[in-house]
Write a protein that binds this ligand. Structure first.
Ligand SMILES: Nc1ncnc2c1ncn2[C@@H]1O[C@H](COP(=O)(O)OP(=O)(O)OP(=O)(O)O)[C@@H](O)[C@H]1O
Ligand SMILES: [Mg+2]
Length: 328
């Protein structure tokens, strides 16, 4: 058993060396870096942390001296966005259980060296599901902010609709970038490719895309964090779940969470009234809609030269949101 593990690791190294040589002669600078980083990750996994660090240092040194990494390849223009936010974990109103699981991702990333020394990997692949406006994108941005990493959003729906037939090639470029640049990568509107294999009309393409995504995510041993977000859990193929370290389900806010949202969002603008009625009428709205309603109320107060949001005003803006929802 041990010798076969050794054989397979030697095989992986041999393949890496061959691919490195090939990319050198074909002058594929970016690919060379990706492969070298993969080798470092591979060695780290085998417990050869000193060698892994040395390889990474060599890459970093040559990168700053010889050439800087290109910005995103033009081929990914419009498909990947870099997003900056100021949200903190404390701003995210979700169940204690969910918060603990997000904190665990942060903790494992911060102490990944400690884990690697024991041959263990930090959790880096997270699937977020839940209705619109419940904090999925916000979670990805908070993970990035807390870990001081850039957040890149990959627009899956655009990739699939605009590049039918080429999506797998685009995905490959994205995964190469994931290895080259440490960051948090959010695959948003993930259902664009996540549909159960075989159920789409254009079965062939969707199946190919999903299969390549599964392979890429499985093979990925970068230092980046991958977050996939979807509104539609039912559409997702079971095969996807196994590829993620965590699957987190988001929900519309509970009564307690609605109250917390009001308190946070109105903060200094809240008049002296009980929030109980507002909570009842806001049930069924998402976090995003409630936050938006609070903003509406604050703006309205400012425009009317009022210092505080009154209870009738809050009731009105909530009602407006509920009506908009019902008319849909
Ligand atoms: N759980 C939450 N706690 C606090 N604020 C929230 C929460 N969820 C959403 N918000 C507010 O609503 C905004 C939009 O939320 P977000 O983009 O994270 O929703 P989402 O779940 O990604 O929705 P979609 O499925 O439509 O992409 C956030 O920027 C934030 O202001
Ligand atoms: Mg979102």
């Amino acid at each position: 058993m041990f010798s076969s593990a050794k054989d397979s690791s030697e095989l992986a190294t041999a393949q890496h060396i061959k691919a490195l040589i090939k990319s050198h002669y074909e002058d594929e600078g970016e690919r060379f870096t990706t492969l070298a980083l993969q080798m470092a990750a591979h060695e780290a996994k085998l417990g050869h942390t000193t060698l892994a660090d040395e390889i990474r240092k060599l890459i970093d040194k040559s990168k700053t001296k010889v050439r800087r990494l290109k910005p995103f390849s033009q081929d990914l223009d419009g498909l990947v966005l870099e997003i900056h936010t100021q949200d903190k974990l404390a701003d995210l109103i979700i169940s204690k259980h969910l918060k603990e699981r997000i904190s665990r991702v942060l903790k494992e990333f911060k102490q990944r060296d400690k884990l690697q020394k024991h041959g263990l990997e930090n959790r880096r692949k997270v699937l977020l599901t839940g209705p619109p406006g419940t904090g999925k994108t916000m979670t990805a941005s908070i993970i990035a902010k807390e870990l001081h990493l850039p957040l890149y959003v990959i627009l899956m729906d655009k990739m699939v609709t605009k590049f039918m037939g080429e999506t797998s090639a685009k995905l490959r470029m994205v995964f190469d970038t994931i290895t080259e640049r440490r960051g948090v990568y959010l695959f948003d509107e993930f259902d664009a490719i996540g549909g159960e294999r075989g159920k789409e009309n254009d079965v062939g393409e969707m199946r190919r895309v999903l299969n390549s995504f599964l392979q890429f995510i499985e093979r990925d041993d970068s230092d980046s964090i991958i977050v996939a977000a979807t509104n539609n859990l039912k559409l997702l193929d079971q095969a996807l779940f196994r590829r993620f370290d965590d699957v987190l389900h988001y929900h519309l806010p509970t009564k307690d969470e609605i109250k917390q949202l009001f308190e946070n969002r109105l903060a200094g603008f809240r008049g002296n009234f009980s929030l109980e009625d507002g909570i009842v009428s806001a049930e069924g709205l998402s976090h995003a809609e409630i936050s938006q309603a609070c903003l509406d109320a604050i703006k309205e107060s400012i425009l009317n030269d009022k210092k505080k949001v009154t209870k009738p005003l809050l009731t009105k803006v909530i009602k407006d949101r509920v009506c908009a929802y019902e008319n849909e």
